[in-house]
Design a protein around this ligand. Sequence first.
Ligand code: PXG
Length: 465
Amino acid sequence: MTEARNPMAGLTTAAVQAQDSAHYLHPFTDTKALAETGSRIIVRGEGIYIEDSEGHRIIDGMSGLWNVNLGHGRRELADAAFKQTMQLSFYNSFFQTSNVPAAQLASEIAGVAPSHMSRVFYTNSGSEGNDTVVRMVRRYWDLMGQPQRKILISRHNAYHGSTMAGASLSGMSSMHEQGGLPIPDITHIQQPYFYELGQDMTPEAFGLKAAGWLEEKILELGADRVAAFIGEPVQGAGGVIIPPSTYWPEIQRICRKYGVLLVSDEVICGFGRLGTWFGCQHFGVQPDLITFAKAVTSGYFPLGGVIVGDKVGDVLVEKGGDFNHGFTNAGHPVGCAVALETIRLLKEEHVIEYVHDTLALHLASRFNALADHPLVGVTETLGMVAGLVLVKDKATRKHFDESLSVGMICRKHCFASGVVMRAVGDRMIIAPPLVMSLAQVDEMVALIRKSLDLTYAELQAGGHV
Ligand code: PXG
Protein backbone atom coordinates (compact mmCIF):
# COMPACT_ATOMS: atom_id res chain seq x y z
CA MET A 1 0.00 0.00 0.00
CA THR A 2 1.44 3.39 -0.90
CA GLU A 3 1.72 6.04 1.75
CA ALA A 4 -0.96 8.13 0.05
CA ARG A 5 -3.40 5.23 0.47
CA ASN A 6 -2.35 4.75 4.08
CA PRO A 7 -2.39 8.28 5.46
CA MET A 8 -3.10 7.05 9.00
CA ALA A 9 0.24 5.20 9.19
CA GLY A 10 -1.70 2.10 10.21
CA LEU A 11 -3.29 3.84 13.21
CA THR A 12 -6.98 4.17 14.03
CA THR A 13 -8.59 7.59 14.38
CA ALA A 14 -8.84 7.03 18.13
CA ALA A 15 -5.12 6.23 18.40
CA VAL A 16 -4.13 9.43 16.56
CA GLN A 17 -6.56 11.43 18.70
CA ALA A 18 -4.99 9.94 21.83
CA GLN A 19 -1.47 10.98 20.70
CA ASP A 20 -2.82 14.36 19.73
CA SER A 21 -4.52 15.13 23.02
CA ALA A 22 -1.67 13.77 25.14
CA HIS A 23 1.17 15.58 23.39
CA TYR A 24 0.07 18.27 20.97
CA LEU A 25 -0.67 21.71 22.41
CA HIS A 26 -2.80 23.26 19.67
CA PRO A 27 -2.79 26.99 18.87
CA PHE A 28 -5.72 29.07 20.20
CA THR A 29 -7.26 25.94 21.74
CA ASP A 30 -8.63 24.80 25.10
CA THR A 31 -6.58 21.61 25.31
CA LYS A 32 -8.70 20.07 28.05
CA ALA A 33 -11.96 20.61 26.17
CA LEU A 34 -10.44 19.30 22.94
CA ALA A 35 -9.27 16.13 24.68
CA GLU A 36 -12.89 15.39 25.57
CA THR A 37 -14.18 15.58 21.99
CA GLY A 38 -10.99 14.58 20.15
CA SER A 39 -9.58 16.40 17.15
CA ARG A 40 -10.92 15.86 13.68
CA ILE A 41 -7.98 14.33 11.84
CA ILE A 42 -7.60 15.62 8.29
CA VAL A 43 -5.77 13.12 6.12
CA ARG A 44 -6.05 14.24 2.53
CA GLY A 45 -6.72 17.21 0.30
CA GLU A 46 -7.64 17.36 -3.35
CA GLY A 47 -8.71 20.50 -5.16
CA ILE A 48 -11.29 22.27 -3.00
CA TYR A 49 -11.96 19.21 -0.84
CA ILE A 50 -10.38 17.81 2.30
CA GLU A 51 -11.05 14.38 3.74
CA ASP A 52 -10.98 13.31 7.38
CA SER A 53 -9.85 10.02 8.87
CA GLU A 54 -13.40 8.70 8.90
CA GLY A 55 -13.73 9.22 5.15
CA HIS A 56 -15.87 12.39 5.21
CA ARG A 57 -15.29 14.63 2.19
CA ILE A 58 -15.63 18.29 3.08
CA ILE A 59 -15.44 21.47 0.99
CA ASP A 60 -12.51 23.48 2.30
CA GLY A 61 -14.44 26.73 2.63
CA MET A 62 -11.48 28.40 4.40
CA SER A 63 -8.73 27.35 1.94
CA GLY A 64 -6.88 25.68 4.80
CA LEU A 65 -6.53 28.83 6.87
CA TRP A 66 -6.92 31.53 4.21
CA ASN A 67 -3.87 30.21 2.37
CA VAL A 68 -4.46 27.24 0.04
CA ASN A 69 -5.66 29.54 -2.72
CA LEU A 70 -4.74 27.17 -5.57
CA GLY A 71 -6.42 24.21 -3.89
CA HIS A 72 -4.94 21.03 -2.49
CA GLY A 73 -2.70 18.49 -4.16
CA ARG A 74 -1.17 20.57 -6.97
CA ARG A 75 1.61 18.48 -8.47
CA GLU A 76 3.38 21.55 -9.90
CA LEU A 77 3.93 22.91 -6.38
CA ALA A 78 5.12 19.55 -5.06
CA ASP A 79 7.50 19.20 -8.01
CA ALA A 80 8.89 22.70 -7.46
CA ALA A 81 9.64 21.83 -3.82
CA PHE A 82 11.17 18.47 -4.77
CA LYS A 83 13.41 19.89 -7.50
CA GLN A 84 14.69 22.73 -5.33
CA THR A 85 15.28 20.38 -2.38
CA MET A 86 17.50 18.21 -4.55
CA GLN A 87 19.27 21.24 -6.04
CA LEU A 88 19.90 23.17 -2.82
CA SER A 89 17.81 22.32 0.23
CA PHE A 90 18.99 25.29 2.29
CA TYR A 91 21.48 28.05 2.47
CA ASN A 92 21.28 31.23 4.52
CA SER A 93 21.10 34.83 3.36
CA PHE A 94 22.97 36.37 6.29
CA PHE A 95 26.62 36.56 5.36
CA GLN A 96 26.84 38.02 1.86
CA THR A 97 25.22 34.94 0.30
CA SER A 98 21.97 34.49 -1.55
CA ASN A 99 20.22 31.80 -3.57
CA VAL A 100 18.57 31.80 -6.97
CA PRO A 101 14.89 31.35 -5.94
CA ALA A 102 15.14 34.00 -3.19
CA ALA A 103 16.50 36.60 -5.59
CA GLN A 104 14.07 35.62 -8.35
CA LEU A 105 11.08 35.67 -6.01
CA ALA A 106 11.93 39.13 -4.65
CA SER A 107 12.03 40.35 -8.24
CA GLU A 108 8.72 38.60 -9.10
CA ILE A 109 6.99 40.03 -6.04
CA ALA A 110 8.26 43.51 -6.87
CA GLY A 111 6.80 42.93 -10.35
CA VAL A 112 3.26 42.24 -9.10
CA ALA A 113 3.33 44.70 -6.17
CA PRO A 114 2.35 48.35 -6.61
CA SER A 115 4.98 50.04 -8.78
CA HIS A 116 6.48 52.17 -6.00
CA MET A 117 7.50 49.02 -4.06
CA SER A 118 10.66 47.29 -5.24
CA ARG A 119 12.18 45.43 -2.28
CA VAL A 120 11.27 42.40 -0.16
CA PHE A 121 12.34 41.31 3.34
CA TYR A 122 11.62 37.61 4.00
CA THR A 123 10.20 35.98 7.12
CA ASN A 124 8.56 32.60 7.80
CA SER A 125 5.13 33.86 8.77
CA GLY A 126 2.78 36.80 8.89
CA SER A 127 3.47 37.34 12.58
CA GLU A 128 7.18 37.66 11.94
CA GLY A 129 6.33 39.95 9.04
CA ASN A 130 4.53 42.30 11.39
CA ASP A 131 7.32 42.12 13.97
CA THR A 132 9.58 43.14 11.12
CA VAL A 133 7.23 46.02 10.30
CA VAL A 134 7.50 47.36 13.86
CA ARG A 135 11.28 47.21 13.82
CA MET A 136 11.54 48.55 10.29
CA VAL A 137 9.33 51.61 10.75
CA ARG A 138 11.10 52.52 13.99
CA ARG A 139 14.45 52.09 12.25
CA TYR A 140 13.23 54.27 9.38
CA TRP A 141 12.24 57.10 11.71
CA ASP A 142 15.56 56.83 13.58
CA LEU A 143 17.37 57.22 10.27
CA MET A 144 15.11 60.14 9.39
CA GLY A 145 16.23 61.92 12.56
CA GLN A 146 12.82 61.55 14.23
CA PRO A 147 13.45 58.82 16.81
CA GLN A 148 10.47 60.00 18.87
CA ARG A 149 8.15 58.63 16.15
CA LYS A 150 7.67 55.22 17.76
CA ILE A 151 3.91 54.67 18.03
CA LEU A 152 2.03 52.32 15.73
CA ILE A 153 -1.73 52.73 15.53
CA SER A 154 -3.81 49.64 14.79
CA ARG A 155 -7.51 48.80 15.24
CA HIS A 156 -9.72 46.91 17.64
CA ASN A 157 -10.60 43.46 16.34
CA ALA A 158 -7.62 43.48 13.98
CA TYR A 159 -5.50 40.32 13.68
CA HIS A 160 -1.82 40.80 12.98
CA GLY A 161 -0.34 37.64 14.47
CA SER A 162 0.69 35.97 17.69
CA THR A 163 4.28 37.04 18.37
CA MET A 164 4.77 39.78 20.96
CA ALA A 165 4.52 42.56 18.39
CA GLY A 166 1.93 40.76 16.23
CA ALA A 167 -0.35 40.12 19.19
CA SER A 168 0.17 43.70 20.38
CA LEU A 169 -0.82 45.08 16.99
CA SER A 170 -3.81 42.74 17.02
CA GLY A 171 -6.79 44.39 18.62
CA MET A 172 -8.07 41.42 20.56
CA SER A 173 -8.45 41.79 24.30
CA SER A 174 -8.44 38.02 24.81
CA MET A 175 -4.88 38.02 23.45
CA HIS A 176 -3.72 41.13 25.30
CA GLU A 177 -4.89 39.67 28.61
CA GLN A 178 -2.41 36.80 28.23
CA GLY A 179 1.19 37.96 28.47
CA GLY A 180 0.95 41.59 29.48
CA LEU A 181 0.30 43.09 26.04
CA PRO A 182 0.37 45.33 24.14
CA ILE A 183 4.06 46.17 24.24
CA PRO A 184 4.75 49.90 24.64
CA ASP A 185 3.89 52.38 21.90
CA ILE A 186 1.17 50.38 20.21
CA THR A 187 -2.38 51.69 20.41
CA HIS A 188 -5.75 51.00 18.78
CA ILE A 189 -8.72 52.81 17.26
CA GLN A 190 -12.21 51.48 16.56
CA GLN A 191 -12.73 49.22 13.50
CA PRO A 192 -14.80 50.24 10.45
CA TYR A 193 -17.61 47.74 11.14
CA PHE A 194 -20.58 49.26 9.33
CA TYR A 195 -23.26 46.72 10.35
CA GLU A 196 -22.53 47.22 14.06
CA LEU A 197 -21.50 50.85 14.18
CA GLY A 198 -22.99 52.50 11.08
CA GLN A 199 -26.40 53.16 12.64
CA ASP A 200 -28.43 55.31 10.25
CA MET A 201 -25.45 56.55 8.20
CA THR A 202 -24.73 55.62 4.58
CA PRO A 203 -21.76 53.28 4.20
CA GLU A 204 -19.81 56.08 2.47
CA ALA A 205 -20.40 58.55 5.29
CA PHE A 206 -19.56 55.89 7.87
CA GLY A 207 -16.29 55.09 6.03
CA LEU A 208 -15.18 58.72 6.34
CA LYS A 209 -16.24 58.85 9.98
CA ALA A 210 -14.32 55.65 10.81
CA ALA A 211 -11.19 56.95 9.07
CA GLY A 212 -11.61 60.15 11.08
CA TRP A 213 -10.98 58.14 14.24
CA LEU A 214 -7.39 57.81 13.01
CA GLU A 215 -7.00 61.57 12.70
CA GLU A 216 -8.43 62.05 16.19
CA LYS A 217 -5.95 59.53 17.59
CA ILE A 218 -2.99 61.10 15.77
CA LEU A 219 -3.90 64.52 17.15
CA GLU A 220 -4.40 63.10 20.65
CA LEU A 221 -0.95 61.46 20.61
CA GLY A 222 0.82 64.25 18.74
CA ALA A 223 1.63 63.61 15.08
CA ASP A 224 5.37 63.83 15.70
CA ARG A 225 5.17 60.69 17.87
CA VAL A 226 3.26 58.50 15.40
CA ALA A 227 5.36 56.18 13.24
CA ALA A 228 2.75 54.23 11.30
CA PHE A 229 -0.81 53.05 10.92
CA ILE A 230 -1.41 49.35 10.17
CA GLY A 231 -4.58 47.67 8.92
CA GLU A 232 -5.83 44.69 6.97
CA PRO A 233 -7.62 45.81 3.78
CA VAL A 234 -10.44 43.49 4.86
CA GLN A 235 -10.22 42.23 8.45
CA GLY A 236 -10.09 38.45 8.17
CA ALA A 237 -9.85 36.70 11.51
CA GLY A 238 -11.95 39.50 13.01
CA GLY A 239 -14.88 38.15 10.98
CA VAL A 240 -14.55 39.46 7.41
CA ILE A 241 -15.12 43.13 8.16
CA ILE A 242 -15.30 44.85 4.77
CA PRO A 243 -14.85 48.62 5.07
CA PRO A 244 -16.91 51.03 2.97
CA SER A 245 -15.16 52.20 -0.22
CA THR A 246 -14.47 55.64 1.26
CA TYR A 247 -12.49 54.29 4.22
CA TRP A 248 -9.04 53.43 2.81
CA PRO A 249 -8.56 56.49 0.58
CA GLU A 250 -9.41 58.68 3.58
CA ILE A 251 -7.00 56.72 5.80
CA GLN A 252 -4.30 57.33 3.19
CA ARG A 253 -5.10 61.04 3.01
CA ILE A 254 -4.79 61.32 6.79
CA CYS A 255 -1.52 59.36 6.92
CA ARG A 256 -0.02 61.60 4.24
CA LYS A 257 -1.25 64.75 5.94
CA TYR A 258 0.62 63.87 9.14
CA GLY A 259 3.58 62.08 7.55
CA VAL A 260 2.53 58.75 9.11
CA LEU A 261 3.62 55.57 7.30
CA LEU A 262 0.81 53.37 5.99
CA VAL A 263 1.15 49.60 6.38
CA SER A 264 -1.22 47.22 4.61
CA ASP A 265 -1.29 43.81 6.28
CA GLU A 266 -2.03 41.61 3.27
CA VAL A 267 -1.42 38.24 4.91
CA ILE A 268 -4.97 37.28 3.92
CA CYS A 269 -5.78 39.69 1.09
CA GLY A 270 -2.49 39.31 -0.79
CA PHE A 271 -2.04 37.11 -3.87
CA GLY A 272 -5.50 37.32 -5.32
CA ARG A 273 -8.07 36.91 -2.57
CA LEU A 274 -9.91 40.13 -3.42
CA GLY A 275 -9.53 39.75 -7.19
CA THR A 276 -6.38 41.90 -7.29
CA TRP A 277 -2.79 40.95 -6.48
CA PHE A 278 -3.05 42.93 -3.25
CA GLY A 279 -6.04 44.26 -1.35
CA CYS A 280 -4.67 47.82 -1.33
CA GLN A 281 -5.00 47.80 -5.13
CA HIS A 282 -8.70 47.02 -4.82
CA PHE A 283 -9.16 49.95 -2.44
CA GLY A 284 -6.95 52.28 -4.47
CA VAL A 285 -4.26 53.06 -1.88
CA GLN A 286 -0.46 52.98 -2.04
CA PRO A 287 0.95 51.73 1.27
CA ASP A 288 4.54 52.23 2.36
CA LEU A 289 4.85 48.62 3.53
CA ILE A 290 2.91 45.43 2.79
CA THR A 291 3.01 42.38 5.05
CA PHE A 292 2.46 39.09 3.21
CA ALA A 293 2.51 35.36 4.03
CA LYS A 294 0.01 32.48 3.66
CA ALA A 295 -1.05 32.38 -0.02
CA VAL A 296 2.36 33.44 -1.41
CA THR A 297 3.07 29.67 -1.47
CA SER A 298 -0.61 28.69 -1.59
CA GLY A 299 0.12 27.35 1.91
CA TYR A 300 2.44 24.61 0.62
CA PHE A 301 5.47 26.02 2.51
CA PRO A 302 5.67 28.54 5.39
CA LEU A 303 6.91 31.82 3.95
CA GLY A 304 6.14 35.47 4.60
CA GLY A 305 7.69 38.86 4.50
CA VAL A 306 7.42 42.58 4.03
CA ILE A 307 7.27 44.37 0.67
CA VAL A 308 9.04 47.66 1.16
CA GLY A 309 8.02 50.82 -0.66
CA ASP A 310 10.84 52.91 -2.08
CA LYS A 311 10.29 55.79 0.33
CA VAL A 312 11.31 53.52 3.21
CA GLY A 313 13.52 51.15 1.24
CA ASP A 314 15.73 53.90 -0.21
CA VAL A 315 16.40 55.29 3.27
CA LEU A 316 17.13 51.84 4.77
CA VAL A 317 19.51 51.03 1.93
CA GLU A 318 21.16 54.42 1.39
CA LYS A 319 21.52 55.56 4.99
CA GLY A 320 20.83 52.44 7.03
CA GLY A 321 23.95 50.31 7.27
CA ASP A 322 23.17 46.99 8.94
CA PHE A 323 19.52 46.28 9.77
CA ASN A 324 20.05 44.01 12.76
CA HIS A 325 17.06 41.79 12.25
CA GLY A 326 16.43 38.50 10.43
CA PHE A 327 15.47 34.85 10.61
CA THR A 328 17.52 31.71 9.86
CA ASN A 329 15.09 30.59 7.20
CA ALA A 330 14.76 34.00 5.50
CA GLY A 331 14.69 33.41 1.75
CA HIS A 332 14.51 29.64 2.21
CA PRO A 333 15.24 28.31 -1.27
CA VAL A 334 12.55 25.63 -1.15
CA GLY A 335 9.85 28.03 0.05
CA CYS A 336 10.89 30.62 -2.52
CA ALA A 337 10.80 27.99 -5.29
CA VAL A 338 7.25 27.04 -4.24
CA ALA A 339 6.25 30.71 -4.16
CA LEU A 340 7.71 31.26 -7.64
CA GLU A 341 5.65 28.34 -8.91
CA THR A 342 2.55 29.69 -7.14
CA ILE A 343 2.96 33.05 -8.86
CA ARG A 344 3.61 31.33 -12.19
CA LEU A 345 0.37 29.36 -11.83
CA LEU A 346 -1.59 32.45 -10.75
CA LYS A 347 -0.40 34.17 -13.93
CA GLU A 348 -0.55 31.28 -16.38
CA GLU A 349 -4.02 30.18 -15.30
CA HIS A 350 -5.28 33.79 -15.08
CA VAL A 351 -6.57 32.98 -11.60
CA ILE A 352 -6.82 36.58 -10.39
CA GLU A 353 -8.67 37.70 -13.54
CA TYR A 354 -11.05 34.73 -13.09
CA VAL A 355 -11.73 35.79 -9.49
CA HIS A 356 -12.19 39.41 -10.49
CA ASP A 357 -14.31 38.94 -13.62
CA THR A 358 -16.29 35.79 -12.88
CA LEU A 359 -15.92 33.83 -9.67
CA ALA A 360 -16.36 36.60 -7.09
CA LEU A 361 -19.50 37.88 -8.84
CA HIS A 362 -20.97 34.39 -8.79
CA LEU A 363 -20.07 33.90 -5.13
CA ALA A 364 -21.65 37.25 -4.29
CA SER A 365 -24.90 36.44 -6.08
CA ARG A 366 -25.23 33.01 -4.46
CA PHE A 367 -24.00 33.99 -0.98
CA ASN A 368 -26.08 37.16 -0.78
CA ALA A 369 -29.18 35.07 -1.54
CA LEU A 370 -28.71 33.58 1.95
CA ALA A 371 -29.88 36.94 3.35
CA ASP A 372 -33.48 35.69 3.11
CA HIS A 373 -32.79 33.04 5.76
CA PRO A 374 -34.51 33.78 9.09
CA LEU A 375 -31.18 33.52 10.98
CA VAL A 376 -29.18 35.83 8.73
CA GLY A 377 -28.95 39.50 9.68
CA VAL A 378 -26.67 40.55 6.84
CA THR A 379 -24.41 39.03 4.21
CA GLU A 380 -21.26 40.66 2.84
CA THR A 381 -18.77 39.53 0.23
CA LEU A 382 -15.74 40.96 -1.54
CA GLY A 383 -13.62 38.88 -3.89
CA MET A 384 -13.41 35.42 -2.39
CA VAL A 385 -14.22 36.32 1.20
CA ALA A 386 -17.74 36.32 2.55
CA GLY A 387 -19.42 36.65 5.91
CA LEU A 388 -22.88 36.58 7.41
CA VAL A 389 -24.21 37.46 10.84
CA LEU A 390 -26.47 35.09 12.78
CA VAL A 391 -29.17 37.10 14.54
CA LYS A 392 -32.09 36.31 16.81
CA ASP A 393 -34.21 39.03 15.23
CA LYS A 394 -33.51 40.37 11.75
CA ALA A 395 -35.57 43.55 12.10
CA THR A 396 -33.97 44.73 15.36
CA ARG A 397 -30.56 43.08 14.69
CA LYS A 398 -30.83 41.49 18.13
CA HIS A 399 -27.98 39.07 18.82
CA PHE A 400 -28.30 35.66 20.45
CA ASP A 401 -27.11 35.31 24.01
CA GLU A 402 -23.34 34.91 23.84
CA SER A 403 -23.44 31.86 26.12
CA LEU A 404 -25.33 29.97 23.39
CA SER A 405 -22.25 30.11 21.12
CA VAL A 406 -24.55 30.13 18.15
CA GLY A 407 -21.60 30.39 15.75
CA MET A 408 -20.16 27.15 17.09
CA ILE A 409 -23.54 25.42 16.67
CA CYS A 410 -23.63 26.53 13.05
CA ARG A 411 -20.00 25.52 12.50
CA LYS A 412 -20.77 22.02 13.79
CA HIS A 413 -23.64 21.67 11.31
CA CYS A 414 -21.42 22.97 8.50
CA PHE A 415 -18.80 20.30 9.17
CA ALA A 416 -21.44 17.58 9.41
CA SER A 417 -23.02 18.81 6.15
CA GLY A 418 -19.69 18.81 4.32
CA VAL A 419 -18.39 22.40 4.30
CA VAL A 420 -15.84 24.18 6.49
CA MET A 421 -17.02 27.56 7.74
CA ARG A 422 -15.24 29.57 10.39
CA ALA A 423 -17.24 30.99 13.30
CA VAL A 424 -16.09 34.35 14.68
CA GLY A 425 -18.55 34.95 17.48
CA ASP A 426 -21.85 35.05 15.62
CA ARG A 427 -20.27 35.88 12.25
CA MET A 428 -19.91 32.89 9.92
CA ILE A 429 -17.20 33.36 7.33
CA ILE A 430 -15.65 31.68 4.31
CA ALA A 431 -12.56 32.22 2.17
CA PRO A 432 -12.68 29.35 -0.33
CA PRO A 433 -10.01 28.45 -2.91
CA LEU A 434 -9.68 30.79 -5.90
CA VAL A 435 -9.83 27.88 -8.33
CA MET A 436 -13.41 26.76 -7.65
CA SER A 437 -15.79 26.15 -10.52
CA LEU A 438 -19.10 28.00 -10.52
CA ALA A 439 -20.88 24.69 -9.90
CA GLN A 440 -18.70 24.16 -6.82
CA VAL A 441 -19.74 27.58 -5.51
CA ASP A 442 -23.37 26.49 -5.90
CA GLU A 443 -22.62 23.22 -4.11
CA MET A 444 -20.90 25.08 -1.26
CA VAL A 445 -23.66 27.65 -0.80
CA ALA A 446 -26.33 24.91 -0.85
CA LEU A 447 -24.46 23.17 1.98
CA ILE A 448 -24.27 26.45 3.91
CA ARG A 449 -28.04 26.90 3.53
CA LYS A 450 -28.62 23.36 4.74
CA SER A 451 -26.39 24.06 7.76
CA LEU A 452 -28.32 27.26 8.52
CA ASP A 453 -31.56 25.26 8.41
CA LEU A 454 -30.14 22.67 10.80
CA THR A 455 -28.91 25.45 13.11
CA TYR A 456 -32.35 27.05 13.05
CA ALA A 457 -34.00 23.71 13.85
CA GLU A 458 -31.66 23.16 16.80
CA LEU A 459 -32.28 26.69 18.13
CA GLN A 460 -36.02 26.22 17.70
CA ALA A 461 -35.93 22.91 19.57
CA GLY A 462 -34.14 24.70 22.41
CA GLY A 463 -36.75 27.50 22.45
CA HIS A 464 -34.22 30.15 21.38
CA VAL A 465 -36.05 31.35 18.25
N1 PXG B 1 -1.80 39.18 9.67
C1 PXG B 1 -3.02 38.78 9.27
C2 PXG B 1 -3.93 39.76 8.59
C3 PXG B 1 -3.42 37.46 9.47
O1 PXG B 1 -4.63 37.07 9.09
C4 PXG B 1 -1.28 37.05 10.51
C5 PXG B 1 -0.94 38.37 10.27
C6 PXG B 1 -0.28 36.17 11.17
O2 PXG B 1 0.24 35.28 10.27
P1 PXG B 1 0.89 33.90 10.79
O3 PXG B 1 1.47 33.30 9.53
O4 PXG B 1 1.94 34.25 11.76
O5 PXG B 1 -0.23 33.10 11.41
C7 PXG B 1 -2.52 36.58 10.10
C8 PXG B 1 -2.89 35.16 10.38
C9 PXG B 1 -8.30 32.73 11.89
C10 PXG B 1 -6.84 32.81 11.80
O6 PXG B 1 -8.77 32.17 12.88
C11 PXG B 1 -6.23 33.75 11.02
C12 PXG B 1 -4.84 33.82 10.99
C13 PXG B 1 -4.08 32.93 11.72
C14 PXG B 1 -4.70 31.98 12.51
C15 PXG B 1 -6.08 31.92 12.58
O7 PXG B 1 -9.02 33.22 11.04
N2 PXG B 1 -4.25 34.82 10.25
